[in-house]
Design a protein around this ligand. Structure first.
Ligand SMILES: C[S@@+](CC[C@H](N)C(=O)[O-])C[C@H]1O[C@@H](n2cnc3c(N)ncnc32)[C@H](O)[C@@H]1O
Length: 403
């Protein structure tokens, strides 16, 4: 299917189903969409644990919810094929100073950068791990742009130690002078550059006719509270379908995380149950049936028992707890029961996670096409390595693939 057609259909589906995917179940004791989709609601609550786990890992992989949701169509519309480029595995020594998972991501991403790309600029380079990898693979100079002086210094030392032609420049990529780095043409690369940072790259690349290999990340990290499509087509489709995306909506696109080790998953579950238990408690104590956001706790800082957590959370929100509050109910058990419900109801929302991400990618692709680029989307690695595994490849001019 052509990209434009996919974009159009996804816009229509996202708009139609927004009441369902736009509401995080943990914020509502009675979900607003339950009345409109009672069968789906009941079917979700009736799912067994094995099915929940399967759908959590791959919301569109099977048809368990296909009687109520357009699963087959969402799967087809959000499918991206694997990038065709192959390169032999790189020497492991090149990955020194890079974590194992990151090193595998870098290798997979680097192969998508065309061999004849010209002078390379890495956007938001951190310590320049990708820049060093590309410089070694291609035997070329690479400039990395990074705003943290400390990362630039550390990265420069690594490049010197490895004898690699990488220069790390301290640069705010949102500053107006950033375009100067792309004036010589060439090719810009960015691996997991967040919201406004990668949008700035696309805008600079479009103005200057610079080709791009980009794996976007964290679409919700933007100054704007409401999403404004980059492409003219996106603006028209959103207006026609009445689709409005707030910043919080965009977070759904990147909610998927790599499966955690069992001990970490258990800790997360316990924290989730306690939060939901506290939510029930605060509604009763305040006499207000509304969700109250509680700040997150650093890893390993969870108090030993529920009462400790509830006292901490109440203090954060300025709530005075009645002396008998913990005798009134087993709040932790209530939180656990609520967690089982919330996990099931979340699955309906998760079915739209990848479609929303692909929609955002298509907006970026269309923006570059409208600027006269040839552009395509693919995956650069398996999602187990990183769920942010989509890559946008674009070159000025040429014939656009139908894709
Ligand atoms: C998510 S990391 C990605 C780093 C690297 N590309 C990677 O994949 O490991 C984002 C990087 O962008 C940098 N950054 C954040 N805001 C920036 C800005 N306005 N200008 C330049 N770099 C920025 C951060 O310091 C961080 O090193």
């Amino acid at each position: 299917m052509m990209y434009a057609e996919r974009f159009q259909r996804l816009t229509a589906l996202l708009a139609h189903w927004q009441p369902l995917w736009g509401t995080p179940p943990f914020t509502h004791r009675c979900l607003p969409w339950a009345g409109a989709y009672p069968e789906l609601y009941q079917a979700l609550l009736a799912l067994d644990d094995a099915c929940v786990e399967r759908l959590e890992n791959a919301p569109l992989a099977d048809d368990a919810l296909a009687a109520w949701l357009p699963v087959t169509e969402l799967r087809a519309l959000s499918h991206l094929s694997e990038h065709p480029a192959r390169v032999p595995a790189l020497p492991n020594a090149w990955g020194d100073h890079v974590g194992g998972r990151k090193w595998r991501q870098l290798q997979a991403f680097a192969r998508c950068v065309p061999a004849n790309a010209g002078p390379l600029v890495e956007w938001c380079a951190g310590k320049g791990h990708l820049a060093r990898t590309l410089s070694r693979m291609r035997g070329c100079k690479v400039t990395g742009l990074e705003w943290q002086a400390m990362l630039c210094e550390q990265g420069q030392r690594l490049a010197q130690k490895q004898g690699v032609a990488v220069t790390l420049a301290q640069q705010d990529v949102l500053a107006p002078n950033v375009g100067g780095w792309l004036d010589g043409g060439g090719h810009a690369v960015a691996l997991h550059a967040c919201g406004d940072l990668h949008v700035a790259l696309l805008q600079q690349a479009a103005c200057r006719g610079v080709s791009v290999t980009l794996a976007p990340c964290c679409y919700q990290r933007t100054a704007a509270e409401r999403y404004r499509p980059l492409s003219m087509l996106g603006r028209r489709l959103m207006a026609d379908a009445g689709l409005v995306l707030e910043r919080d909506d965009l977070a759904l696109a990147v909610q998927e995380t790599v499966t955690a080790p069992p001990a970490v998953s258990r800790q997360r579950e316990r924290a989730g149950a306690r939060r939901l238990g506290f939510d029930l408690l605060q509604r009763e104590v305040r006499g207000v049936d509304a969700y109250l956001p509680v700040p997150s706790l650093a890893y390993g800082k969870m108090p030993a028992d529920f009462a400790g957590f509830a006292r901490w959370a109440a203090a954060q929100k300025g709530i005075t707890l009645p002396a008998d509050v913990f005798a009134r109910r087993n709040w932790e058990a209530a939180g656990q029961a609520r967690l089982a419900e919330v996990q099931r109801l979340e699955l309906a929302r998760h079915a739209f996670r990848r479609p929303l991400e692909v929609w955002l990618l298509l907006d970026r692709l269309m923006f570059l096409r409208e600027a006269g680029f040839t552009a395509s989307l693919a995956t650069f690695c398996d999602r187990a390595l990183t769920p942010r595994n989509a890559v946008l490849c674009a070159t000025p001019g040429g014939q656009s693939e139908s894709g």
